[in-house]
Design a protein around this ligand. Structure first.
Ligand SMILES: CC(=O)SCCNC(=O)CCNC(=O)[C@H](O)C(C)(C)COP(=O)(O)OP(=O)(O)OC[C@H]1O[C@@H](n2cnc3c(N)ncnc32)[C@H](O)[C@@H]1OP(=O)(O)O
Ligand SMILES: CC(C)C(=O)C(=O)O
Length: 549
């Protein structure tokens, strides 16, 4: 890289709009959406979609609720042409959906484009030509007037062809490609000239699409350009202003949002930001950003996992695991303090309340995800993460001190191999540590307890130990203290019960109880045991045996 990049690169001059109004605006309703996955997305793939993949993507877009879909560049390839024919001839286009196709401003290509649309009930013809100085000079070798004439001539041809095919409800879209680095006055001039030919009105709808073909400025500059255009375009009320942000600087989403604040009515983009170079703006992100603010996006991503799978398969490109809202790690916390806050959030949550959840701006269930992936455990995790998983998967509500104790074992384990602990591995570790195994070291077989006249309990129990059995006898002011005194004598190890907790195990079909006991030994060490049984007394006694076993 250069030490002095200014010798090679310069910023595009920002527009002067000191009385800009967009910073005060709020987005309170969704814009019109156009998916260009099957056109701009498709043209950026190493292997463009065949008709089967296009059809699968088309069905997905309909399922998500898109009403405007750019389906092809019909004059580009037979595949694209045939796809448009297939949609029309097989009556695959719902009445409330408009297909859109793109063409260059070239007579033969426009004719071919119209051929592809024969018989369509409604369609948008999308014409583009680049307007920026660099492209005028380098690509077209034309001056401003010639560039305007190119757009005007093609618009006239398109209008004539539309009039010759009155059975289709036509909409016209014109894109001054490279709008974002075209002189603002010239972008206005060429759009005025095109609109003069088309004569937009309710019967002849028109979209002016102002693309950030290559994202070259900060999003506020793009917003200024859009606001300037909206304020100065003479037929503003007769046209729909659309934006088409690319993502070269990684700020495509911000550009689109600020452009909508600046007056844009419509946004073109692709699912998960596929498209030329670093992609088109991601429509999933835009829609979910609105949703997270309580604004209905008019698109449905209730089954986000399926949307990701279909898009990955059609584009043959992966969706990044940390992609906003949709990546498989987008709702996952590995780190301890995040997990702790999330667990507290879920513990405090009341049904039907407004969503207030630390680190989770939307409820993963709204997009079809379970809470399972919300917390995953590795060496960065603390007590709450493991406790959450044990509770979610097995219904055990671990007392705080046991959470801390278990967390140390988890930490040792994850530090030893440096990897994530699966939910199963976590549960196996818990069982092994606290005695929830098929044959505990000391296993309660049977017990009998009697209340004495002096109020004391007398306990007699049979314990399976190392292949044999052992009789245990003890007395105390309750069942557990009777067991503790018997065990102390038997093992010749004095200890006291420091913690005792029990609860029933959740669901109606589950009548079991779980007991948690911590024993404090004379040398200051302490150990936890856990017992689960249909009988709460048996659960407690086994928990005690597990703590000392
Ligand atoms: C920003 C965007 O995404 S725009 C959409 C881009 N998408 C695509 O290009 C995908 C489909 N394109 C294609 O299949 C081909 O480019 C075709 C069929 C359209 C045209 O193919 P070709 O005739 O071989 O031309 P080629 O691809 O080389 O295009 C360059 C020519 O078109 C001209 N051109 C480029 N854009 C336009 C336009 N919008 N209107 C008119 N002419 C244009 C160029 O000036 C150049 O002309 P020249 O050969 O006289 O110098
Ligand atoms: C054709 C236009 C809208 C385009 O794709 C772009 O400018 O990126």
């Amino acid at each position: 890289m250069l030490k002095h990049p200014a010798q090679k690169y310069q910023p595009y001059p920002p527009i002067s709009l000191p009385d800009r109004r967009w910073p005060e605006q709020r987005i309170t309703q969704a814009p019109r959406w156009l998916s260009t996955d099957l056109r701009d997305g498709n043209q950026a793939l190493a292997e463009p979609m065949d008709s089967a993949r296009k059809l699968q993507f088309w069905e997905l877009l309909l399922g998500c609720g898109f009403k405007e879909i750019e389906v092809a560049f019909p004059s580009a390839s037979q595949t694209d042409f045939n796809f448009v024919r297939q949609l029309i001839e097989e009556h695959r286009i719902p009445d409330d959906v408009t297909i859109q196709v793109l063409t260059q401003a070239r007579e033969d290509l426009i004719v071919r484009t119209f051929e592809s649309l024969r018989g369509a009930k409604r369609a948008t013809i999308h014409l583009y030509n680049a307007t920026a100085p660099l492209f005028r000079r380098l690509v077209f070798g034309m001056d401003k007037a010639q560039i305007v004439e190119l757009a005007v001539r093609s618009t006239r041809q398109i209008r004539t062809l539309c009039e010759e095919n009155p059975d289709t409800l036509w909409q016209y879209e014109y894109s001054p490609e490279t709008f974002c680095f075209t002189e603002p006055e010239f972008a206005l001039e060429i759009c005025e000239a095109v609109a003069e030919i088309w004569q937009p009105c309710a019967e002849r709808p028109m979209i002016l699409n102002l693309p950030a073909t290559v994202e070259v400025s900060t999003p506020n500059v793009y917003a200024d350009q859009i606001e300037y255009f909206c304020r100065h375009f003479s037929r503003r009320n007769e046209v729909c202003i659309s934006v088409h942000p690319h993502n070269d600087r990684g700020t495509g989403v911000a550009s689109a949002e600020l452009a909508v604040m600046a007056g844009a009515d419509r946004v073109e983009g692709c699912l998960f930001g596929n498209g030329e170079r670093t992609g088109n703006v991601c429509l999933v992100t835009l829609a979910m950003n609105l949703y997270s603010q309580g604004v209905s996006p008019g698109l449905d991503f209730s089954n986000m996992t399926q949307v990701v799978e279909v898009v990955e398969s059609c584009n043959q490109l992966p969706v990044h695991p940390r992609h906003p809202w949709a990546g498989r790690l987008a709702y996952t916390a590995f780190s301890g303090s995040h997990q702790d806050a999330i667990k507290k959030g879920f513990d405090a949550r009341q049904p039907d309340e407004r969503w207030e959840m630390p680190y989770l701006p939307v409820d993963p269930q709204d997009i079809g995800c379970s809470y399972e992936a919300v917390i995953r455990v590795n060496s960065q995790s603390g007590k709450s993460g493991s406790a959450w998983l044990i509770e979610q998967n097995h219904g055990l509500k671990l007392p705080r001190a046991l959470q801390q104790d278990f967390s140390q074992h988890v930490q040792q384990e994850t530090d030893s191999h440096g990897k994530e602990m699966t939910q199963n591995a976590l549960w196996q570790l818990f069982r092994a540590r606290y005695g929830l195994v098929a044959t505990p070291h000391f296993a309660l077989q049977s017990y009998r307890s009697e209340s004495q006249q002096d109020g004391q309990q007398r306990l007699t129990a049979t314990i399976a130990v190392e292949g044999g059995t052992r009789q245990l006898e003890g007395q105390g002011n309750g069942l557990l203290s009777a067991a503790a005194s018997g065990i102390s004598r038997w093992l010749n190890t004095p200890f006291v019960i420091k913690d005792y907790h029990e609860h029933s195990l959740g669901g109606r079909s589950d009548s079991r109880s779980v007991a948690y006991i911590r024993c404090l030994f004379q040398d200051g060490s302490s150990r936890w045991g856990v017992g689960i049984d249909n009988d709460v007394a048996r659960a407690s006694l086994q928990a005690l045996l597990n703590a000392v076993g």
